[in-house]
Design a protein around this ligand. Structure first.
Ligand SMILES: [Zn+2]
Length: 141
């Protein structure tokens, strides 16, 4: 998909999101790959290309999110909204597992987002385990 994002908006998003995925918090510095721009409310559903609706996402999170805005909470089975990086705080919906390698949803939205975006993909969990060993993870803020 070809998403035109104005340069100034790209700079603003890069600055605010600090070169990391707004969903899994993976950084460009750890992976050596650039982030994509996610339309939080998908363009295909009328989402606009404005700061309030654009965030950085790694390509895996963006691919699995696709045009979803809701997913099922694995505990209650209810359909709930996915995490919204511009209106919600990551720490209020997610936490790290004891070994810091997995993301745990702590709200219905958090749990649904962990499942829908596959935030604990085996390869990223393996990478996080290695990053923890050298002090590159989890991000501090
Ligand atoms: Zn991600």
């Amino acid at each position: 998909m070809c998403n035109y994002i104005p340069v100034e908006l790209r700079k603003q998003v890069a600055r605010v999101d600090r070169q990391r995925c707004c969903y899994c918090l993976t950084t460009t510095a750890n992976t050596g790959t650039s982030m994509t721009h996610d339309h939080i409310h998908p363009r295909s559903k009328g989402g606009k290309t404005i700061f309030e609706n654009i965030c950085l996402a790694c390509s895996a999170c963006n691919t699995f999110k696709s045009d979803l805005t809701e997913a099922q909470d694995p505990i209650t089975q209810q359909l709930v909204s996915l995490f919204h990086p511009r209106t919600q705080r990551w720490n209020e919906h997610f936490s790290w597992s004891a070994d810091k390698a997995k993301i745990e949803g702590i709200t219905p939205t958090g749990r649904a987002t962990v499942v829908a975006l596959r935030l604990n993909r085996p390869l990223i969990v393996l990478a996080r385990q290695r990053w923890v060993q050298v002090g590159w993870h989890p991000p501090v803020d």
